[in-house]
Design a protein around this ligand. Structure first.
Ligand code: ADP
Length: 398
């Protein structure tokens, strides 16, 4: 059979991540990132065959320019003929989309409507889709939604205790995000444990720049920590996670802040960055806390680990038992310090980790780091690009 690849596109407001994935081997033959789109510093970096090339983009420095450079590169290296479809990461699918969806004009119109639920994310995803539709008009394109996997959450867990009309008229409810990652690592966990996913009760803990947890019962998401937006839940790199909503009214009514300022502060200046005053980067904070004895860095990591432990305990309420927890994302996959801090606070759930194994679980290793008495504690590298490629491929074959 001739080689078949899927081009995966993940478009942000000023960035465009991409990967070319071989559906038979799961191999990523090419990957890269366009950054600072919309500014004169816009550039694209393409990794291919162990080589990394960064090229400046031309005016108007937008997503279209990035895709044009990518296509030129794909053509030069004879990679276009193998592409059978394009898979797009779309952040918000609302209640309409719980499955990967072939993009048609009707779907585009609905996605545009959904933008009001995720104004920070969906408009950028739509720009990426439109640019890709123009550039690859002959190829099927598929939307894979971050919210889709969480559509199985029951209403007692997704409803907020606010007047019902907010849900009915304005779709205000918990949606949850990082769905492709929670889906992927829960399946990988079942493989590692040699069990059928339908028999397992797991908590998956995705810790990257954004962080979320999910309760997974018999393969289905039954609760998650993010909410109507990705701002809710545990402390993150620059997002606050849960705060008393009364703080927002106080700041806007009594402290002279505008709604826009508070929005920017909670999304971009809070979390690890806000608490430490140093960085949003967990690795930098660990260096500061452990090597320089910096108390602010230590405090930021303490709050971070405490909110994760608390959320993990809260997730177990939706499970019939606890077979294991799964750490993933840049922090979950690499930080033995954060894993240790989180698990230390969860002895009440019988969780304990083996320090030697914990120290070994870094840089893409899959490992069970639990002691023998504990429910499994797995470290599993996530692969959202692969999920998008695989689901896109499955859909176009139907
Ligand atoms: P994104 O959500 O943008 O995909 P990642 O999943 O790559 O982000 O996670 C980025 C986070 O992972 C950063 O806070 C980074 O410091 C952290 N990280 C990566 N490697 C390590 C490490 N060895 N130790 C601690 N934190 C790490």
């Amino acid at each position: 059979m001739t080689k078949q690849t899927i081009l995966v596109i993940n478009c942000g407001s000023s960035s465009l991540k991409f990967a070319l994935i071989d559906v038979a081997t799961k191999e990523e033959s090419l990957s890269g990132l366009a950054q600072r789109l919309g500014s004169e510093q816009a550039s694209i970096t393409i990794k291919y065959k162990g080589d990394k090339q960064t090229m400046a983009l031309t005016a108007p420095y937008l997503h279209q320019a990035a895709l044009a450079k990518l296509i030129e590169f794909l053509k030069t290296n004879s990679l276009t003929d193998s592409i059978v479809a394009i898979g797009h990461r779309v952040v918000h699918g609302g209640e309409e989309y719980h499955l990967p969806t072939l993009i048609t004009e009707k779907v585009m119109a609905q996605l545009k409507k959904l933008s009001n639920l995720a104004p920070l994310h969906n408009p950028a995803n739509i720009i990426g889709i439109e640019a890709a539709l123009a550039a690859f008009e002959h190829l099927p394109q598929v939307a894979v939604f971050d919210t889709a996997f969480h559509q199985s959450i029951p209403n007692k867990a997704f409803l907020y205790a606010v007047p019902q009309k907010l849900y009915k008229e304005h779709s205000i409810r918990k949606y949850g995000f990082h769905g492709t990652s929670h889906y992927f690592v829960s399946r990988e966990a079942a493989n590692m444990l040699g069990k059928d996913i339908n028999e397992l009760s797991l908590v998956t803990v995705h810790l990257g720049n954004g962080c979320s947890l999910a309760a997974i019962e018999a393969g289905q998401s039954v609760d998650t920590s993010m909410g109507f937006t990705p701002l809710a839940g545990v402390t993150m790199g620059t997002r606050s996670g849960d705060i008393d909503p009364g703080v927002i009214f106080h700041l806007t009514s009594h402290c002279g802040y505008t709604v826009e300022q508070v929005d920017a502060m909670l999304n971009k200046e809070s979390g690890l960055l806000g608490l430490s005053g140093i960085s949003n980067d967990c690795r930098t904070l660990e260096e500061q806390a452990l090597e320089e004895n910096n108390p602010q860095a230590k405090l930021a990591l303490d709050v971070f680990s405490f909110t994760i432990a608390k959320s993990l305990a809260a997730m177990t309420v939706s499970l019939s038992k606890l077979d294991g927890i799964v750490f993933t994302g840049g922090i979950g996959e690499n930080s033995d310090y954060v894993r240790d801090q989180v698990i230390k606070q969860l002895s009440v759930l019988g969780l304990s980790l083996n320090e030697a194994l914990n120290a070994q679980a870094i840089r893409g290793k899959s490992l069970n780091i639990a002691t023998e008495q504990s429910p499994a504690i797995l470290v599993v590298p996530t692969n959202e690009e692969w999920v998008i490629a695989n689901q896109t491929h499955q859909l176009i074959q139907e």
